[in-house]
Design a protein around this ligand. Structure first.
Ligand SMILES: C[S@@+](CC[C@H](N)C(=O)[O-])C[C@H]1O[C@@H](n2cnc3c(N)ncnc32)[C@H](O)[C@@H]1O
Length: 331
């Protein structure tokens, strides 16, 4: 099954239209923002993202293929997948180690910590918020969009944050991105994978005190952590892996003193109501990905335990609405 999806991602679509980039109006809609300064800043970062728009016929063809493939998926996320993640991050670790013999690790980390699943030639259709279906021209389009999201989070939510705690940090690409972007930021990293912890040890060697510490934490289980003042809890597609078993993680993190909680995860409640949205919900169920998280947070909000500050579905591929941003704080 995995091979079928992989081949599908590699298959090309013939496009004739004009090459485009994101307009300021696109960005305003994607992130649901009005602040001109923020829109201009994001516009500058987004210029590299070039794409073609698909015709109705091509969108229909894409829908039919994806529907057929989704119905065959039987590969579920679960606690049994730890060896697979260990193997993935071990590959990244080896790449860093091989590279660092020749080049200063600090300058090489960013490239070497990009997960393989971003580096495959994944030139596939993406949906934008404004109902546009696009086919990337730019190489590693998804990865570059990932960076655009991190820039948005930095501009909008990290201004008064001193420390960022990532759970499910994987190859640590986000931590390194933020360490390089915000020169005074300090970070904490965790994952259930031992290979991630080895990568974090290397990062600490280079960034020294800016890495507060790191810890192997299984997000299925309860944890307890003393956090620094003005800290942000951050997850990027790691809660995704928890399915419906996210309560231990959120309840434990509520007990820690985070100033703000920022998640980029697939959120079924924010999926669109059209045929692709339904496909997305079906995909989340088949993969046993995060489900019911926003409903859970809204319940906490009704009980006046938390306040949701921002929620927006920002990016989708043709299989599912993979990246929504949710930001909340404790009351
Ligand atoms: C899709 S990767 C995302 C990695 C990283 N956040 C990023 O954006 O590059 C999912 C990560 O979640 C981690 N993960 C999955 N289940 C976990 C669990 N129960 N506890 C802690 N980490 C987990 C995996 O090891 C992996 O590093």
């Amino acid at each position: 099954m995995y091979k079928k999806i992989y081949n599908f991602f590699q298959s090309e679509i013939k496009v004739n239209g004009k090459e485009k980039t994101l307009s300021k109006i696109d960005l305003k809609k994607i992130f649901n923002i009005n602040n001109k300064k923020t829109i201009n800043q994001l516009y500058n970062f987004s210029k590299k993202l070039k794409f073609f728009e698909l015709t109705k016929k091509q969108i229909n063809q894409e829908f039919n293929k994806v529907k057929d493939l989704t119905s065959q998926i039987n590969d579920k996320s679960s606690f049994k997948r730890l060896p697979i993640w260990n193997k993935g991050w071990d590959d990244n670790l080896q790449k860093i180690l091989n590279f660092s013999k020749k080049i200063d690790i600090k300058s090489s980390l960013t490239k070497k910590t990009i997960p393989n699943y971003y580096l495959r030639k994944k030139q596939r259709v993406f949906k934008l918020k404004n109902n546009k279906f696009i086919y990337p021209k730019t190489k590693n389009f998804e990865l570059k969009f990932h960076r655009l999201i991190l820039h948005f989070i930095n501009i909008k939510f990290l201004d008064k944050i001193d420390c960022l705690y990532e759970f499910g940090a994987g190859s640590c690409q986000n931590l390194i991105f933020f360490l390089n972007l915000k020169k005074k930021l300090r970070v904490f990293g965790s994952d259930w994978s031992a290979s991630t912890i080895k990568i974090l040890k290397l990062i600490k060697k280079n960034y020294q005190d800016r890495v507060i510490s790191f810890q192997q934490i299984n997000m299925f289980k309860k944890f307890s952590l003393k956090v620094h003042e003005n800290s942000c809890l951050f997850t990027f597609c790691s809660m995704e892996q928890l399915g419906k078993n996210f309560k231990n993680f959120i309840n434990s993190s509520l007990k820690s003193n985070f100033k703000i909680y920022v998640h980029v995860e697939p959120i079924n409640e924010l999926s669109r109501k059209d045929r692709f949205g339904k496909l997305s919900v079906n995909y989340l169920k088949r993969r046993n990905y995060l489900f019911g998280f926003l409903k859970f947070l809204k319940n906490l909000e009704n009980k006046k335990i938390i306040k949701i500050l921002y929620k927006q579905q920002v990016f989708s591929n043709s299989f599912f609405d993979c990246w929504s941003i949710i930001v909340w704080k404790k009351l």
